[in-house]
Design a protein around this ligand. Structure first.
Ligand SMILES: NC(=O)c1ccc[n+]([C@@H]2O[C@H](COP(=O)([O-])OP(=O)(O)OC[C@H]3O[C@@H](n4cnc5c(N)ncnc54)[C@H](O)[C@@H]3O)[C@@H](O)[C@H]2O)c1
Length: 323
């Protein structure tokens, strides 16, 4: 049995990672400020399920505030899994300060938890957005990450660099996992997958940025959680892509959602968003080599799980804000 700190525990990936570790017999301390980056009802829903589990302890605190480091002085964590972040490319253009505070200062504080209290393993979530506008496809970890397209990617680049410096200075074993567009039940309502499911089922217009030919390598939540937990093994310092093996255009995603719900979408095309990448596609050979990981859940099955979850939770999920 191991003892973990999960930052961003009320978030999409943090909640599922916490739940999985507890189901595996481990104990988890979660921290999250439950901010309103998207409708906080999603976070409260996830938290309610988590706090009902034995072996889960929670702090509603902001990781960018230095005093929160001390919360953990007697915990003796085996690993810190650092998932808390302001996420999402578009809002980072409007409010870059909040991204720098949470993603850079917050990461520094969580690295300090490791340094000050002797935790030997740090796993941090980074993003495919770090590869900028024109990477090779599929994109390997060795592709340039020096031309971020928005403050979100820039803040993750800064966080990755800090993680490396703490590995170098203090010997903290650190793995950066770069996720590629994650989806699944109780997923983020600010991302396309949740929005399309809600809009199609509720008969609302389906708003698409640009012509819908942009594409994504979507990755199912349970695959991401499995890869993240595998990344807690000792590796030195490594950066590892965790991404889906299927790439789908936004137009085809709408069609697949129509097919699986049996409903017709009323698609409305708007201007493209300059902060968005045209596509992303992971080269996951390093994840296979180092972690024995590859994605297992295909898009059709994963999307069906999300639709089933939505229908089950529809009474409140229909009101979750998707502005
Ligand atoms: N979901 C994706 O497609 C995706 C893709 C690439 C990378 N990521 C990264 O994975 C991680 C988890 O993403 P997610 O999709 O679960 O996002 P999420 O927004 O659902 O979860 C992040 C959680 O962190 C919390 N948080 C943010 N700033 C905080 C702060 N200063 N103090 C305490 N808590 C704070 C938020 O309240 C939220 O609950 C993030 O680091 C994100 O950048 C996600």
């Amino acid at each position: 049995m191991a003892h973990y700190l999960i930052t961003g525990a009320a978030g999409f990936i943090g909640a599922r990672t916490s739940q999985t570790l507890i189901e595996q017999g481990h104990t988890v301390v979660g921290i999250d400020n439950v901010n309103d980056a998207y409708d906080p009802r999603m976070k409260e829903y996830r938290l309610k399920k988590l706090t009902a589990l034995p072996g889960f302890k929670f702090h509603r605190r902001d990781i960018s505030e230095k005093p929160c480091i001390e919360l953990f002085k007697d915990e003796n964590f085996d690993a810190v899994i650092h998932l808390a972040a302001r996420a999402g490319v578009r809002y980072s253009v409007e409010n870059p300060w909040s991204f720098l505070e949470s993603n850079v200062i917050g990461t520094l504080n969580m690295l300090e938890v490791c340094r000050q209290y002797g935790c030997k393993k740090f796993v941090m979530a980074s993003t495919s957005s770090i590869y900028g506008e024109n990477p090779p496809y599929p994109t390997p970890e060795s592709a340039s990450s020096s031309e971020p397209m928005q403050p979100y990617a820039a803040s993750k680049k800064g966080a990755e660099a800090l993680v490396h410096s703490y590995h170098h200075l203090y010997g903290i074993d650190a793995t950066v996992v770069r996720y590629f567009t994650v989806y699944g039940p109780a997923g983020r309502p600010d991302l396309a997958m949740f929005r399309f499911v809600q809009w199609i089922i509720e008969g609302q217009p389906v708003r698409v940025n640009g012509d819908g030919n942009q594409s994504r390598g979507f990755t199912y939540i349970d695959d991401i959680v499995r890869g993240t937990i595998l990344a807690t093994k000792p590796l030195g310092y490594e950066i590892v892509n965790l991404g889906g093996h299927e790439v789908i255009s936004i137009n085809d995603l709408v069609k697949l959602t129509e097919e699986l719900t049996g409903l017709k979408a009323n698609v409305q095309y708007g201007p493209p968003n300059l902060a968005d990448m045209l596509t992303n596609q992971a080269d996951v050979s390093k994840a296979m080599e180092l972690l024995g990981w590859e994605p297992q859940v295909n898009l059709r099955m994963g999307l069906k799980n999300l639709i089933d979850w939505y229908l089950q939770e529809r009474e409140w999920a229909k009101d979750v804000l998707t502005p």
